[in-house]
Write a protein that binds this ligand. Structure first.
Ligand code: ADP
Length: 213
């Protein structure tokens, strides 16, 4: 749980600490016409959030972390694994026509392509449209021919922050990242097992849900 919106009393405490630091909890309680016990929960929250710093026998200092910093730090603490969704995965020999049907049935914009359990490519709506407006038999051509393939796939891993993943989506101007778990093939080559998907939709949903908490 994170308190981004401070209560009036918390704002008052912050202003007092800024003006009179270092200030003891006794002095703060006096200024606020409260008991120290009643003040304690707010001081604990503000210290935990890093807005205030408590030094024993000295008092409270203002640490200067703003709500914006707190939001950014919170975003950094959320891992891709916390919000990833189920990926839609197909094989390289799937015909473009079947890929289109899958996009509709699964209600997604991107398909991930795997071969023997390893990520080999990504097919998006534009890849398919490009193929469909050309002189291609979409019933015969497999998506392996039109997909963006490894090693050009931008991916995320479970332990990465959502903020980092959002950065990759922005920089590469793409809609989603496959979430992968790297492993070594018998040949020693590094391969990637697809374990999820992180998309603009995931991130938007996560932000929206935060406002409801
Ligand atoms: P759309 O086609 O709906 O605009 P994207 O913006 O995600 O979807 O895709 C644009 C291009 O980027 C396509 O050629 C697609 O194959 C490629 N692409 C999509 N996701 C990735 C990814 N994670 N890594 C590398 N290329 C990708």
């Amino acid at each position: 749980m994170i308190y981004i919106e401070f209560t009036e009393r918390q704002k008052h405490i912050i202003e007092l600490v800024k003006a009179k630091q270092p200030i003891t909890s006794e002095n703060l309680a006096e200024h606020l016409h409260m008991t120290r016990a009643a003040l304690r929960p707010d001081l604990t929250i503000l210290t935990m959030l890093g807005v205030l710093d408590a030094r024993p026998k000295v008092g409270y200092f203002y640490l200067g972390k703003t709500s914006k910093n707190i939001i950014v730090e919170f975003m950094k603490s959320i891992r891709v694994a916390d919000i990833k969704s189920m990926p839609v995965v197909v094989s390289e020999d799937t015909a473009v026509y079947d890929a289109i049907v899958t996009l509709f049935l699964e209600d997604v914009g991107t398909l991930y392509v795997q071969n023997k359990g390893a990520l080999v490519g990504v097919v998006s709506r534009k890849d398919i449209i490009k193929t469909a407006i050309g002189n291609t038999d979409i019933h015969k051509v497999p998506i392996g021919v039109i997909m963006t393939r490894m090693p050009n796939i931008v991916y995320a891993i479970d332990n990465e922050s959502v903020l980092e993943a959002a950065g990759k989506i922005m920089i590469h101007e793409i809609d989603s990242l496959p979430v992968v778990e790297p492993y070594k093939a018998e040949s020693g080559k590094e391969l990637y097992k697809i374990t999820g998907k992180i998309s603009k939709t995931n991130i938007t949903r996560f932000l929206f849900n935060l406002s409801k908490e």
